[in-house]
Design a protein around this ligand. Structure first.
Ligand SMILES: [Zn+2]
Length: 485
């Protein structure tokens, strides 16, 4: 038996003083007034966190932990000019022996030059194959050697490419780690580094979205006892048939790791000008891209019949509307989730609420790109103000939870973005933001009886924070202190 004590504990949506959490094995046995502890103390290990606060462990409902780990190994996110990027790549090519040099996470909106790199810029660096993927994942640039190598290795891969500029959209950038897979060693290093970072940031459950290869890799990590974080997995690029044949349904697995379902893209991202809006925008003066296969309605029906959850990425207002139209035709909305839901029109917010659709929103996007003079404004002008309407979603009773999309994988940053929303009218308060990152997260995978709350019978997953909820001091999963930062 363990007893966790702190100045305040987040119970039932508010902070309560002078209470302690009693944990037996993996579960919360009871929450008791601290003065009643005297009798229990002799039988228990006591963890007294003094003047700190304890809140439920964060559930990151949309993330890419392995993808994030791999990105970190090749990330360009910390550079503030393209010149620095070029120097970094030159050094890497000089120092490393690799067939192809893949770099990720560049964000030209943070560079001094504010210039989108092109094939010729990369050709100046080296004759070895180089590929740069933008932070959004939906767009990338290859040099001449990369384009040649790709066409030789994958003559049949669906390529959306501007050959002149070497710019790729969607398939190639999104699947770059599958087209040119990292070694098992790199994969494990990425996994371990990212898992530690997620746990340090207070995340105790993830809804991981990734490839079939990584789904198997998670299972390997679990067997070897290296998976510490509760994980719910959505496979990208698979079909319902694959699972129907072997009879696997959503929720299959154990308390630590579960298969959840499938993930599809209805559109792209604003940064790549592939999010689908009802108006023309950006340098291409187009509405964006619709990416769902033509037979998506059948796929959805098949998936629902096979009892699989389906998560559909939709960012632009038109993509959101079309996805709602699709879902309306299906009987079982319980099994469908919409990811991002960034620029919904008012009537679609109301529709989503009425249909009780599960939605995963990324509040951090509002601070990353939704501010005045930020990326969204540069792409869609005044429409940028409509990004991530959190307060409206709440007021209209939409069933939404928060996720980070690993940009960065920090719920505290997301909570800050939610409470300090650049559009003040769309800010929500701290309590509400915590609920969206905890209890509501459990709702998306239908685990509201076991996860997301500090309550008797729930998994003993929680985080210890400072009194301003700005810093994580410790993370507890299944009653074990995993990270003590
Ligand atoms: Zn994502």
């Amino acid at each position: 038996m363990k007893i966790f004590t702190a100045a305040k504990i987040f119970l039932n949506g508010s902070f309560v003083e002078n209470h302690s959490i009693v944990v037996i094995r993996d579960f919360i046995e009871d929450i008791v007034p601290s003065q009643e502890l005297a009798n229990l103390k002799q039988f228990a290990e006591i963890y007294d966190f003094g003047d700190s606060f304890i809140i439920p462990g964060f559930i990151d409902t949309h993330t890419h932990m392995i993808g994030h780990g791999l990105n970190q190994l090749s990330s360009l996110s910390n550079f503030s000019s393209f010149k620095e990027v070029k120097d970094y790549i030159s050094d890497a090519i000089r120092q490393r022996e690799e067939e192809v040099f893949i770099f990720t996470d560049f964000d030209e909106s943070r560079w001094k030059e504010r210039k989108f790199p092109e094939k010729k810029d990369l050709d100046e660096i080296s004759e070895k194959p180089i590929f740069l993927r933008r932070i959004c994942g939906h767009i990338g640039i290859g040099n001449s050697a990369f384009i040649e190598m790709l066409s030789k290795m994958y003559p049949s891969v669906a390529v959306k490419l501007n050959y002149e500029k070497g710019i790729f959209w969607e398939d190639v950038p999104l699947q770059i780690h599958s087209l040119f897979p990292p070694s098992s060693e790199a994969l494990e290093m990425a996994f371990q580094n990212a898992q530690s970072e997620f746990i340090r940031n207070g995340i105790t459950t993830i809804h991981e979205i990734g490839s079939l290869r990584n789904f198997r890799f998670f299972q390997e990590m679990m067997r070897k006892g290296k998976l510490k974080l509760r994980s719910r997995y959505y496979v990208s690029g698979a079909s319902p048939e694959d699972y129907k044949r072997c009879g696997i349904e959503y929720g299959f697995g154990n308390a630590l790791f579960k298969f959840q379902g499938l993930k599809y893209f209805a559109d792209g991202s604003v940064g790549a000008e592939s999010a689908l809006f009802s108006f023309e925008y950006g340098s291409k003066k187009e509405k964006g891209m619709w990416l769902l296969p033509e037979n998506m309605e059948n796929i959805l029906r098949e998936a629902v019949r096979a009892n699989l959850q389906v998560a559909i990425h939709a960012i632009g207002n038109l993509a959101i509307r079309e996805v709602l139209n699709l879902i309306e035709k299906i009987n079982n909305v319980n099994l469908v989730r919409i990811e991002h839901f960034e620029f919904p029109d008012m009537e679609d917010i109301e529709r989503a609420a009425k249909m009780s659709i599960k939605i995963s929103v990324q509040p951090n996007f509002a601070l990353n790109w939704g501010t005045e003079n930020g990326l969204y404004q540069s792409k869609i002008a005044e429409h940028y103000k409509k990004n991530n309407p959190l307060n409206t979603l709440k007021e209209k009773n939409v069933n939404f939870a928060f996720g980070s999309d690993a940009m960065p994988p920090s719920p505290l940053f997301g909570i800050q973005a939610a409470t300090e929303h650049p559009n003040r009218a769309e800010a929500i308060d701290l309590t509400e933001a915590i609920l969206r990152y905890t209890a509501w997260g459990a709702y998306l995978t239908e685990e509201t009886n076991t996860l997301g709350k500090i309550e008797r019978g729930y998994a003993a997953d929680f985080v210890v924070t400072d009194t301003e909820i700005k810093k994580i001091k410790a993370t507890v999963i299944s009653g074990e202190i995993i990270s003590n930062g």
